[in-house]
Design a protein around this ligand. Structure first.
Ligand SMILES: O=c1[nH]c(=O)c2[nH]c(=O)[nH]c2[nH]1
Length: 302
């Protein structure tokens, strides 16, 4: 005998581009997203009894994403995800939870002859703004927002010394190294009761995103880093201070190593320590440093 455990289903990788046109100014704005919606509810029989009557087809879920995007603002993504997820639990009596993931791709307005262009954009890299919105009947709306794929490098202002040394240690201490990472940061909002509560705080989502991005970049650039661990904690602390509705901030940072190359075998060429100029970027292995920063007295769930 067997029994069905947790089950959810839906449509993933629904790609959507929305163009907003300001008729007065002629200025257009684009938002490109990749959306995933997964539903939970009284759907056991679709798995255990081949009962398709309880299935909202994933094709219909895809259509609903397009229609909801046409009829509502898609920014901030926290609000769009809340509207979209709430639709499913309100429309279908037997659906009790909707899990919405939205990846927003970055399009920056193009400058032409020093002026922002009305309708042309550049994609600067792999950086995305992501949200995970979980709408659960009777519990409300849980929102987690994130920055991913923000690749940064500093060529000095990073040290790593004083670490534990034993018979496994070969790494030399350094007071000046290259530091590079692909920033993945996310922040958990306090629980919202419903879409109206999300709307009441609508201005806070973009503000928190801008603050998190600015704090991450400024701290990365300005901190004389003792370690990835110490620098990321400083980032998390500042984000919590800047956004009171956040419960936790979490970072996951690969330490992308750039090794010095000893070239002294070639005519005594100096290329290490203070003479280092040419480095070898490493693709693997890499360090991976993670942490969750919570408010004092409220321990982060691990
Ligand atoms: O910032 C760092 N943290 C570490 O934990 C670590 N480990 C290591 O080998 N190099 C580094 N750098």
């Amino acid at each position: 005998m067997s029994a069905l455990g947790p089950a959810r289903y839906g449509k993933d990788n629904v790609r959507v581009l929305k163009v907003e046109r300001d008729a007065k100014t002629g200025i257009q704005t684009v938002v490109e997203m990749t959306v995933c919606v997964l539903l939970e509810g009284d759907i056991e029989t679709s798995y255990t009894k081949a009962d398709n009557s309880v299935i909202v087809a994933t094709d219909s879920i895809k259509n609903t994403i397009y229609i909801t995007a046409r009829q509502n603002p898609v920014t901030p993504p926290e609000l769009f995800g809340s509207i979209l997820g709430t639709h499913f639990i309100e429309k279908y009596n037997h659906i009790h939870a909707a899990h919405v993931n939205i990846i927003t791709h970055r399009w920056e307005r193009m400058d032409v002859d020093g002026k922002p262009h009305a309708h042309s954009f550049i994609q600067p890299g792999a950086e995305t703004r992501d949200v995970q919105v979980d709408v659960v009947e009777g519990k409300g709306i849980s929102i987690n927002s994130a920055i991913k794929g923000l690749t940064v490098l500093k060529s000095t202002g990073s040290q790593f010394w004083g670490f534990l040394r034993d018979e496994y240690t070969t790494l030399k201490e350094t007071w000046d190294r290259i530091l590079s990472t692909d920033v993945a940061a996310n922040w958990q909002w306090r629980q919202f009761a419903n879409v109206a509560e999300v709307k009441a705080d609508v201005g806070k989502f973009n503000a928190a995103y801008e603050a998190a991005r600015k704090i991450t970049l400024k701290t990365f650039a300005e901190d004389v880093s003792a370690s990835v661990q110490a620098t990321m904690y400083k980032m998390g602390e500042q984000i919590l201070a800047a956004a009171p509705l956040l419960e936790t901030v979490e970072y996951s940072l690969p330490n992308k190593h750039y090794f010095e190359i000893d070239l002294s075998w070639h005519k005594g060429l100096k290329n290490t320590g203070k003479d280092a100029e040419v480095y070898a970027p490493q693709s693997n292995p890499n360090g991976l440093i993670k942490c969750t920063v919570a408010r004092a007295g409220q321990k982060a769930k691990l």
